[in-house]
Design a protein around this ligand. Structure first.
Ligand code: PEP
Length: 252
């Protein structure tokens, strides 16, 4: 994985009430709060950002949002903006997760607007892309991922791209227990980096971290991290348990 710093992120999705999130955050702080050779980030539900942010203060664990809206403020009932996430202590925000695309009408165009809002608000976007099972079976993996990347990142400068993280998450591997083989993941990561190189140049392509997501666990993270273009993981299910997330963070 070249000299890019490993990055392990946990997406808690719609799990954990405030008290439950506080318990998990305390456990993580004691298990991995002092780790600095791997970047660690957790994205709790919005309602738990405050309590988790307070608990993680003084640790090296970063806080992220799971989504945001592209306007900074306004009459948008139910939405959360970049300045709100920033003020709650977030440094990162996940954008375009496949569950947002599948259940909430997220498109490459809305993803693009959200990335713009995140950057304007001083947040690091973690852009999620990935093909469905049907798309993989019909040989469209590379074209789907390329389109998501091109349209999601349309209009950004090389400097802006360099600040982002990309997460490749094959939809068929999310929460299913099916993990892409290391070779399947590596070939898509390599193609994403190749696309970055063509569009933004060699130094940007070398700098951008590309995470893998899809049923990552302590048992498979080591093999994934051994691949040249896999720089970390976006973890769902296994991030809900302190010991298992810590096992992923301490993969070395
Ligand atoms: C995810 O939610 O981004 C994810 C990869 O989930 P899981 O690890 O549960 O497959």
């Amino acid at each position: 994985m070249a000299d890019r710093k490993p990055f392990i992120a946990g997406n808690w999705k719609m799990y954990k009430t405030g008290p439950q999130a506080a318990e998990l955050a305390s456990r993580l702080k004691s298990l991995v709060g002092d780790i600095t050779d791997v970047d660690v980030m957790v994205a709790p539900p919005f309602t738990a950002l405050g309590v988790v942010g307070e608990i993680l203060q003084g640790s090296a664990i970063h806080l992220g949002g799971q989504d945001l809206f592209w306007e900074a403020e306004g009459a948008y009932t139910g939405q959360i903006s970049a300045p709100m996430l920033k003020a709650a202590g977030c440094s990162h925000v996940i954008i375009g997760h496949s569950e947002r695309r599948q259940y909430f009408g997220e498109t490459n165009e809305t993803v693009n607007r959200k990335i713009r809002a995140a950057l304007l608000g001083g947040l690091i976007p973690v852009l999620c892309i990935g093909e469905s099972e049907a798309e993989r079976e019909s040989g469209q993996t590379f074209s789907v991922v390329q389109k998501q990347l091109e349209e999601g990142l349309e209009g950004f400068s090389s400097d802006e791209i360099q600040k982002m993280t990309v997460a490749y998450e094959p939809v068929w591997a999310i929460g299913t227990g099916k993990t892409a083989t290391t070779d399947q993941a590596q070939e898509v990561h390599e193609s994403i980096r190749g696309r970055m190189e063509t569009a933004y140049g060699n130094s940007v392509a070398k700098a951008v971290r590309i995470l893998y997501g899809g049923s990552v666990k302590p048992e498979n993270i080591g093999d994934l991290m051994a691949m040249a273009d896999i720089d970390g993981a976006l973890v769902g299910g296994a991030s809900l348990d302190g010991d298992s997330f810590a096992g992923i963070v301490r993969y070395k």
